[in-house]
Design a protein around this ligand. Structure first.
Ligand SMILES: CN1c2c(nc(N)[nH]c2=O)NC[C@@H]1CNc1ccc(C(=O)N[C@@H](CCC(=O)N[C@@H](CCC(=O)N[C@@H](CCC(=O)O)C(=O)O)C(=O)O)C(=O)O)cc1
Ligand SMILES: N[C@@H](CCS)C(=O)O
Ligand SMILES: [Zn+2]
Length: 758
């Protein structure tokens, strides 16, 4: 084995950078391409322009050798699967773009690969499918091309790859024979492909490669850690390779640290924002010979870094490691580009904030200060400032379910198998344009309200015509299910341009929760009331739950998260009571992010679930017995948290099940779940419209495991990303199928439905 000659790691770096474009250029380019308004060459050109702009900006901000291959046309995990040749046969199309986007989005012919949360962030990745027979064949084309593109600008870059262990741990095993199989079993074969990629990059003159291994910070089994050690020993043994920088993040490297220290990798990245025990835990001796890339600037939030504690941590690390470089805790993908693009935030808040570009400046500033700090010098480590807990008294609990169910059945008199939707109806271009015009002062409030009311009336009439049993107002007034509430609550600020990629071309502007949260005036009541005034059918009020509002915001750090969530819960509680006072008898409080905040480490999960459930119950506890509380979860691998979902004590729960192929229904906890349940029978994430026979089949399958008195019929999420023709067709079929099935069952009671039958 030859020891590679490697140049020193840069003193300051970032693990990644946003890629959607400062003005969401990538979103527009992708959607133009998908709609047939632009060619593949046009799309590629837009990508190149974005990469060039990012590298130029990073260089201007003082970063030597910025990262490359952090750009993606859709998702970096999908890019990794393509780079390794792990493309399931059914997706292969006439062009590389056809194949790539078929995996990401599906086609008329084939459903897309599954999409799920990237660890505990609000970013979603495409789940690779790996089977015992997957053939790995390296295609280093993309990372190599990006190295060349940057070189044309006179810049050397550090290509970033998803590491082999994380790639396989995030993949889904597919059956390919009789034996049970885990993707990690394929590590030796995957490493063969990584070796070829590393060799191609070395041949390109690359001196460092970053291998992202966030999965190693999530508390792994001994077998997984052994596999990680073996993998990096094997990659480290390659002759003529670039320097290997393995980045762990989203938590403490924990037991993975001694494992990585014991391999030939030259640099190890540590998340010092989430993994603050790195400074106190036992320190593997082997690290004395390595570079520690110290993530002291948070890539997960928008708060300015306190320089003195960061510098103290860097100085302490420098005493123990071979050398220390300053970095972000993770990629900056999760924060907006530039605070300078915001013109409406309060100056006092602006002084507390840093977006991606400001964070790059923090990293270079800290590196400059560290460089002139004499050995053994620097501020001493201050004791960590513990957030001050506050514990507001718990409001009285609701009556037992049986009492509520009887009151609701008498009051609501719903048929068995009631049909409903999850809340949003398609968001039209006209409405989005009207909202933009309102914000720009080009449209008056009264005219905007008139248009929203027009849309509500259209949605109500449509639902009446379709024959749904519980109607919604359609949420046309909401730009986003979290941002909308943040705009109406004290303690939050919202941005004009702070877009963060959620998946593919879709973005959100996470609100900034910076102070005590309070609800001044009712938020949704007038819209729900208006819908109710239009129809004799029951109208369901629609709120976002406290955990989800907090999960999809950037949150103050001076209070324990639990206490922040409780404040939001109390604001939601005020809204629940006002909806009830306005005569709304069914209120849905969505918690799609309940699973998302689940701590990555198993030991912390129980405490989180306990307070998350308590927050939900706080938010809904003001509702009287006759008021039926619904909740909705999606994006959430709900099967892992069924006991907590049960603990929410909602009268009715709608849950995503279409994409997990009904797997959730086989869970014993579902059979034990005593209240109303609406496992989605229509996958709204796909443009495909299910026919009535298909919905009927799903319903009959549901009735094999659930008593008819508990079953609700609904899509698996809101309809905001679909078009009206798709929605009309799908809901027509959903109602037709329900009526057919209803004719063959009698209600067992208990969901607030009565026993009148179809
Ligand atoms: C359920 N999901 C959500 C998550 N997080 C949230 N905060 N919200 C969610 O709903 N996380 C998990 C999932 C992720 N899924 C999605 C699904 C869909 C989107 C999405 O469609 N986002 C939109 C932006 C939504 C929005 O803010 N709309 C605004 C602004 C609209 C706009 O672009 N306006 C134009 C001008 C108007 C025009 O002429 O068309 C502009 O500003 O240029 C609004 O409606 O007012 C997206 O387009 O990406 C996100 C996450
Ligand atoms: N009520 C929301 C929930 C989405 S998770 C909607 O229907 O869009
Ligand atoms: Zn949903």
């Amino acid at each position: 084995m030859t020891t590679p000659r490697i140049s020193p790691f840069p003193a300051a770096t970032v693990l990644g950078y946003p890629r959607i474009g400062r003005r969401r250029e990538l979103k527009r380019a992708l959607e133009a391409y998908w709609d047939g308004r632009a060619t593949a060459a046009g799309l590629r050109r837009a990508g190149l322009d974005l990469r060039r702009e990012s590298w130029t900006r990073l260089a201007a901000l003082g970063l030597d050798r910025p990262p490359s291959n952090t750009f993606s046309l859709y998702d970096h995990v999908l890019d990794t699967a393509v780079m390794l040749g792990a493309v399931p046969e059914r997706y292969r199309g006439p062009s590389a773009e056809d194949t790539y986007f078929a995996m990401a989005r599906g086609t008329d012919r084939v459903a897309p690969l599954r999409m799920t949360k990237w660890f505990d962030t609000n970013y979603h990745y495409i789940v690779p499918e790996i089977g015992p027979d997957t053939v790995f064949a390296a295609d280093p084309g993309k990372p190599v091309a990006e190295v060349r593109e940057a070189r044309e600008l006179g810049l050397s870059t550090r290509p970033v790859l998803v590491g082999p262990v994380t790639f396989l741990l995030l993949a889904q095993g597919v059956p390919g024979g009789a034996r049970r199989f885990a993707p990690l079993d394929r590590l030796p074969d995957v490493l063969g492909a990584y070796k070829n990629v590393l060799a191609a990059l070395a041949a390109e003159g690359v001196d460092w490669v970053q291998l992202d291994e966030p999965a190693l910070a999530a508390g792994r089994t001994e077998a997984e850690l052994d596999a990680a050690g073996a993998a990096y020993r094997r990659l480290g043994a390659l002759p003529d390779r670039p320097g290997l920088f393995v980045a762990t993040y989203f938590g403490s490297a924990g037991a993975a640290l001694p494992v990585l220290a014991d391999t030939p990798v030259e640099a190890i990245g540590l998340d010092l924002v989430r993994g603050d025990d790195h400074l106190t835990a036992a320190w593997p001796e082997a690290l004395a010979g390595k570079t520690v890339v110290a993530g002291v600037v948070s890539g997960r939030d928008v708060w300015r870094t306190e320089p003195e504690p960061a510098l103290a941590a860097l100085a302490a690390l420098r005493e123990r490691a071979g050398s220390v470089s300053v970095s972000t805790s993770c990629s900056l993908l999760h924060v907006p580009y530039d605070l300078a693009a915001e013109t409406t935030l309060e100056p006092a808040l602006v002084r507390r904030l840093a977006f991606a570009d400001q964070k790059v400046a923090e990293v270079t500033g800290l590196a400059a200060r560290l460089a002139v700090l004499p050995p053994g010098g620097g501020p001493s480590l201050p004791p960590p400032a513990a957030p001050v807990p506050t514990r507001p008294p718990a409001p009285p609990a609701r009556s037992p379910y049986e009492v509520r169910a009887a009151a609701q059945a008498a009051h609501l008199r719903l048929p068995p198998l009631p049909t409903t939707t999850i809340g949003s109806f398609p968001q039209t271009g006209e409405l989005r344009a009207a909202r933009a015009a309102l914000a720009a002062g080009e449209l008056g409030e009264a005219e905007y309200d008139r248009r929203v009311r027009g849309e509500i009336e259209r949605v109500v009439r449509l639902q009446e015509r379709l024959g749904l049993d519980v109607l919604v107002h359609g949420e046309p007034e909401r730009n986003d299910m979290v941002q909308y509430f943040a705009e109406h609550l004290d303690g939050f600020a919202v941005t004009r341009n702070g877009w963060v990629q959620s998946y593919g071309s879709r973005c959100t502007r996470p609100p900034i929760l910076h102070g005590d949260v309070r609800r001044g005036a009712p938020i949704t009541v007038r819209w729900a009331e208006y819908a109710r005034s239009l129809t004799a059918m029951p109208v369901k009020g629609m709120l976002t739950g406290p955990v989800t509002i907090v999960a999809w915001s950037f949150v103050r750090r001076d209070l324990p998260l639990r206490d922040v969530v409780f404040q939001v819960a109390d604001a939601v509680r005020d809204e629940v009571r006002d909806l009830e006072d306005a005569g709304i008898s069914i209120i849905q409080v969505d918690e799609p992010a309940l699973r998302e905040l689940l701590p990555l480490r198993a030991a912390d999960q129980e405490a989180y679930l306990a307070w998350a459930v308590e927050a939900y119950r706080r938010a809904t506890s003001g509702a009287g017995d006759r008021t039926q509380i619904h909740t909705h979860l999606c994006y959430s691998d709900a099967d892992q948290i069924l006991a907590a979902i049960d603990g929410l004590d909602a009268d009715v729960t709608s849950i995503e099940s279409a994409r997990s192929h009904g797997r959730i229904l086989t869970e014993p906890a579902v059979a034990a779940f005593a209240r109303g349940l609406g496992p989605g029978v229509y996958d709204i994430h796909s443009p495909r419209v299910p026919d009535a026979a298909e919905v009927e089949k799903s319903l009959r399958a549901l009735l094999d495991v659930l008593p008819p008195g508990r079953v609700w019929v609904n899509p698996d999420c809101g309809l905001k990303t679909r078009t009206y023709p798709q929605v009309e067709a799908a809901l027509t079929n959903l109602v037709t199928a329900t009526r057919r099935v209803r004719d063959t069952v009698t209600s067992g009671g208990g969901t607030g439905t009565d026993a009148r039958g179809g």
